[in-house]
Design a protein around this ligand. Structure first.
Ligand SMILES: C[S@@+](CC[C@H](N)C(=O)[O-])C[C@H]1O[C@@H](n2cnc3c(N)ncnc32)[C@H](O)[C@@H]1O
Length: 411
């Protein structure tokens, strides 16, 4: 731990502007988790192998949800009853709501603590999976926060990190500045006036598509979270990778990678698709963020920089013949004939993508192959065309690869 972290009093973060803000506007806006049920065995395998393609699913593992807000840690505990989950947050009110959910759902595999991320070492534990989404960009020193999290990552562990992205949020930053200049507070009357004023925002304003179409503006607390947050910053792809590197971490992959790849979506049909594909991977991702212009956040899956098991498997590698593709739980085959081009049997898409161009058109033989993917059949058993097709499916986030029985893959 750095000396600056040692010197700081943990109470600083608990009384910080951010803790006060989230005590007033807990996030996500408190709701129940009645719809959350444990994942099926196949869903659990998909979630596990997204993080660890080559590691067998363990009996149990330790999960830290850092900055868990009102419900995220409880959701993790409910989805995976085999996990031992710890949730930390600086907002007492958010934790109170989480505790109510624990009681309501009879959750027994979760421990909640009021603790700043910067002082996570005080838990005296290491975690196989650290989840930190929508939090780090609010810290006074995000790099120190991420270093603290790296310090409690177990050997071979994985980090799921979500931070804001700058270009898609340009409208948010215009409005944050606007609200600051007017001195708009988080008092109920001020928020009501802001909501009324936003109804008249010009249709071409960069905030307009967000006001209409995202959950970030679904209610007053969410609106306050986006526009009146006392501290938030955003990371472009290169800035995020630098942040990871500074903390001794490295990217494994994006949680959903298709939006960052030049062979997926509309960019693949342009003269620049091939040109971008010739760049190093990181440059491809940076270019796609600029081309798309609408990304609101980046969710990256990372591992320790020196973790030998952090390589992404390539289904066309003969060593992967024994790998078993698992359909992504949110993958869908749309077969509305009158809406498909001639010769196309289905449009494969992942419902979790927000980008509507990320569709993989397949012919009848490919659709039949897709339907045979069940998490059990290996790439070899799927037949000679399978390696290249599974690679395309993987890149489009339509399958996850279980390579735990492939010799030569580091776990
Ligand atoms: C936007 S909410 C995200 C909540 C949750 N991660 C989710 O995705 O649903 C941000 C949360 O981070 C917490 N937070 C902010 N700074 C923190 C810190 N230094 N240590 C721990 N939690 C923090 C806030 O109190 C708030 O509950």
């Amino acid at each position: 731990m750095s000396s600056s972290l040692r010197r700081r009093d943990p109470a600083d973060q608990r009384t910080d502007v951010i803790a006060q803000f989230y005590d007033r506007h807990p996030y996500p806006p408190p709701a129940n988790l009645d719809a959350a049920a444990p994942r099926s065995a196949l869903e659990r395998r998909a979630a596990h192998h997204l993080l660890w393609p080559a590691r067998p699913v363990p009996e149990t593992h330790r999960v830290l949800v850092a900055g868990c807000g009102t419900s995220q840690a409880v959701r993790h505990a409910l989805l995976d009853p085999t996990a031992e989950v710890v949730g930390i947050d600086v907002s007492a009110r958010s934790l109170e709501h989480s505790r109510r959910l624990v009681a309501r759902h009879g959750v027994t595999n979760l421990e909640l603590r009021r603790l700043p991320i910067e002082d996570v070492a005080a838990l005296g534990a290491r975690f196989d999976h650290i989840v930190c989404t929508g939090v780090l960009h609010h810290l006074a020193d995000p790099a120190a926060g991420l270093q603290a999290l790296r310090g409690v990552l177990a050997p071979g562990g994985a980090v799921t990190l979500m931070v804001y992205a700058p270009y898609g949020r340009a409208g948010v930053y215009l409005l944050q500045d606007y609200c600051r200049r007017l001195g708009v507070s988080t008092e109920t009357a001020d928020i009501a006036d802001l909501v009324a004023t936003l109804r008249e925002i010009p249709p071409g304003h960069p905030i307009s598509p967000l006001l209409r179409g995202t959950r970030d503006f679904a209610d007053d607390d969410a609106l306050a979270d986006a526009l009146l947050n006392p501290r938030d910053r955003a990371y472009s792809v290169p800035q995020l990778l630098e942040l990871l590197e500074g903390a001794g971490l490295r990217m494994r992959r994006w949680a959903r990678q298709a939006p960052y790849l030049p062979d997926c979506g509309s960019i693949s049909e342009t003269p620049h698709g091939r040109r971008i594909a010739e760049l190093p991977a990181v440059e491809q991702h940076a270019a796609l963020e600029l081309f798309r212009g609408t990304m609101l956040r980046h969710t990256v899956l990372a591992a320790a920089a020196d973790d030998p098991g952090a390589e992404q498997p390539d289904p066309t590698d003969p060593e992967l013949a024994a790998a078993r593709p698992i359909p992504s739980p949110t993958a869908l085959a749309v077969q509305e004939k009158d809406r498909l081009p001639p010769g196309i049997a289905a449009a494969l898409l992942n419902r979790a993508h927000t980008e509507t161009d990320l569709v993989l058109f397949v012919d009848a033989a490919e659709l039949a192959l897709f339907r045979r993917i069940d998490g059990e059949r290996t790439i070899a058993a799927l037949g000679p065309g399978a390696p290249a097709f599974v690679r395309r499916l993987l890149r489009h986030d339509l399958v996850v690869l279980d390579a735990s029985e492939c010799a030569g893959m580091a776990p």
